[in-house]
Ligand binder design. Sequence first.
Ligand SMILES: Cc1cc2nc3c(=O)[nH]c(=O)nc-3n(C[C@H](O)[C@H](O)[C@H](O)COP(=O)(O)OP(=O)(O)OC[C@H]3O[C@@H](n4cnc5c(N)ncnc54)[C@H](O)[C@@H]3O)c2cc1C
Length: 431
Amino acid sequence: MSDQFDAIVVGAGPAGISCAFELAKGGANVLLLERGEYPGSKNVMGGVLYRKMMEDIIPEFYKEAPLERPIVEQRFMMMDKESAVTFSYKGMEWGKEPYNNFTVLRAKFDQWFADQAVKQGAVLINETVVLECIVENGKVVGVRTDRPNGDVYADVVVLADGVNSLLAQSLGFHKEYQPDEVALATMEILKLDKKVIEDRFNLEDNQGCTIELFGDATKGILGTGFLYTNKDTLSIGVGTLLSGLIKHKIKPYELLEYVKNHPMIRPYIQGSESQEYLAHLIPEGGYHSMGRIVGNGVIVIGDASQLVNAIHREGSNLAMTSGRLAAETVLLAKQAGDFSEKMLDHYRQRLLDGFVGQDMKKYKDSTHHFDQNPHYFDEYIPMLNKAASQMFTVDGQSKWEKQKKIWKDLGSPKEKMKMARDMFRAWKVVK
Ligand SMILES: Cc1cc2nc3c(=O)[nH]c(=O)nc-3n(C[C@H](O)[C@H](O)[C@H](O)COP(=O)(O)OP(=O)(O)OC[C@H]3O[C@@H](n4cnc5c(N)ncnc54)[C@H](O)[C@@H]3O)c2cc1C
């Protein structure tokens, strides 16, 4: 094997595979390096894959990719200790081509996706850790791996090494992330009979449901839980900012056990068997935590550049889009024979001008705002549950009396003003 490539992509997650696929398709000689035994072996995701961004790379991929279920219903549960206010959208249009989203298991999906990149001509080498970038005269010219004689060279190195991106950090592109910039998520894959899943979630064959859990699922810490249907397994998990876990002295696996035993969740998973236990960090610092993403001979994509929209639990789609845009830029750079920062900056501009940058900017203050104001989760969600319980309990009181009581329970005029202000501030950070 040659030790000189047009491009080296580090990390075979959705970002790196998308980039390698597009580069190989465009005729570039590309090496994809992955530290895991195979792509997906080290990767963790609740499991919602977004059809549109994947189709921008492989049209009609859903006809052959190993997908679990097309999602036809999205539920949102606002949980208190023994109750939940739930709202949802279910639409039959999502169960038909071209579909909206799918649940996936990353260990299967990433392998399949990487195979497609290899079919386009990318060279994939697993079980290889990239230790550092090789820098000469201020330009990244290759990478040092943990293999004997493991230096490989390229015109451009694409860093897709995920959330901490020690490689970008060692280039000085970002600082070490702080506990309030990353969430720690733990999840389990639970085996359950296919028919039982369909009965419990009110689904037909080849239909899926996602449930996002707020409030008591995280014991009021900023974060969310989730419960997703796969073919014959369920994915259940919970993620909170690391700073919240530290402050509340809660261990992540205790939180997952708490969610699994919650009376609103227990009936869904009863009788299931644990198949896999996983934990991973999620970059949640948002736009303010994004470091430098372009340098001479180097581009950073996906989680490595903090591209996660925590409000909408989107990450894989931003990763894929960034990988595709990076590849398009590298192909232009190859044509021009120019891999300088100035040339590669085209990637940064397109990323920030498109939906990825726009969404990152839209929610730039949201993590910080909700982290600083935990009462949205530990006060207002219980209040909502209490109000629903009062209103819907039939006990001989008139509805006028009930409304009056609910209004009184919201507190003094000063407390009501504070709540109205909070709602306005919440609207401002997500508008
Ligand atoms: C619990 C959980 C639930 C989530 N749910 C969703 C969801 O439902 N929908 C969604 O869109 N997103 C979700 N996300 C986010 C999503 O998983 C990420 O945004 C996405 O995986 C980012 O892709 P990536 O390719 O940038 O990074 P990754 O998927 O992390 O891939 C990085 C790859 O680089 C490899 N690597 C790292 N360092 C090196 C090295 N030095 N040398 C060689 N290889 C290296 C790793 O082994 C890995 O394969 C979730 C995340 C978590 C943790």
